[in-house]
Design a protein around this ligand. Structure first.
Ligand code: NAD
Length: 264
């Protein structure tokens, strides 16, 4: 039996690709395509809207009665409702929305006692390999290497810095014993903006239609080491999220990670 999938934020940039690639894969039955009340595309065929063949589901502001797994890439304002729906209907949750509050993160911990869920700031396989690497590189290089993270995204991105940049910093902080998020310095300006030891600098660029660029720069006197990742289009996130949805369906309640999905 194919997992019954509900896509939340289905009319968005990510949501449409999720619907399209889910349709192409043949791995899922589309049970619902949800977007915000008042969206101009409500009532239209969700797969046709996404440029795929119809799966007989229209875009709706209502969640379907039955589903196995939800993929949500929408807005933090939609997250509470998505989580409540999943708990009430015993639906596994793959959450891609970034910019969640601390309260929402705590809510996810509580929800994971009742349903299986994954929340990841970046579903790309390459970036998840980097998550495993960046802290180890910092430890290997040692304390004399200043660490700065740059990220670049399209002009429409609301949150800053990106959830991925924060995850990179958190992994480095974990492995090097820095206080997170206390070690972060966001941007740098003014006459007294000298770098202080142990901090991790964060710099966000917003321009045009950049899908996603992240670099971790480790610099000391005499050399710089840079680890970079470029997303060429959104499909790498979508493929990772669909892989996560397939893997998560039917799992015991718990908060899982992409490491679990990818066996890293
Ligand atoms: P988008 O603005 O194109 O799409 C968001 C969609 O959510 C819109 O269609 C909007 O109408 C809809 N929406 C708003 N309120 C809603 C509600 N209450 N219920 C259901 N839908 C609602 O944005 P996007 O570029 O598709 O990005 C969506 C989210 O995914 C952002 O938070 C972004 O940062 C995140 N993202 C995460 C990853 C990852 O790998 N984790 C990758 C890319 C984007």
């Amino acid at each position: 039996m194919k997992p019954k999938l509900v896509v939340s934020g289905a009319a968005g940039r990510m949501g449409r690709r999720i619907v399209a690639l889910a349709a192409q894969s043949g791995d899922f039955e589309l049970a619902g395509a949800v977007d915000v009340a008042g969206h101009p595309d409500l009532g239209k065929d969700a797969a046709l809207l996404a440029g795929a063949e119809s799966m007989g589901v229209v875009l709706s502001s209502e969640h379907p009665k039955a589903a196995d797994v939800m993929i949500d890439f929408s807005l933090p304002a939609a997250t509470d409702t998505a989580v409540e729906y999943c708990i009430k209907n015993n639906v596994a949750l793959v959450l891609g929305t970034t910019g969640l509050s601390d309260e929402q993160n705590a809510m996810l911990d509580a929800a994971a006692k009742k349903i299986p869920l994954i929340q990841a700031s970046n579903y790309s396989v390459g970036m998840n390999v980097l998550f495993g690497l960046v802290g180890k590189v910092a430890v290997m290089l040692g304390g004399d290497y200043d660490i700065e993270i740059t990220e670049a995204h399209h002009r429409f991105k609301k949150d800053s810095p990106s959830g991925t940049a924060l995850s990179l910093a958190e992994k480095i902080a974990e492995e090097t014993g820095r206080d997170f998020p206390g070690c972060l310095v966001h941007g740098r300006e003014g006459k007294d903006a000298l770098r202080t030891e142990g901090t991790i600098g964060m710099h966000a660029i917003r321009a045009g239609d950049i899908t996603g660029e992240h670099s971790v720069v480790y610099g000391t006197l005499g050399e710089t080491v840079t680890i970079s990742h470029s997303a060429h289009n959104r499909d790498n996130f979508v493929r990772g999220a669909l892989r996560a949805a397939k893997w998560l369906t039917g799992k015991e309640p718990g908060r899982y990670s992409m490491n679990d999905v990818l066996g890293l």
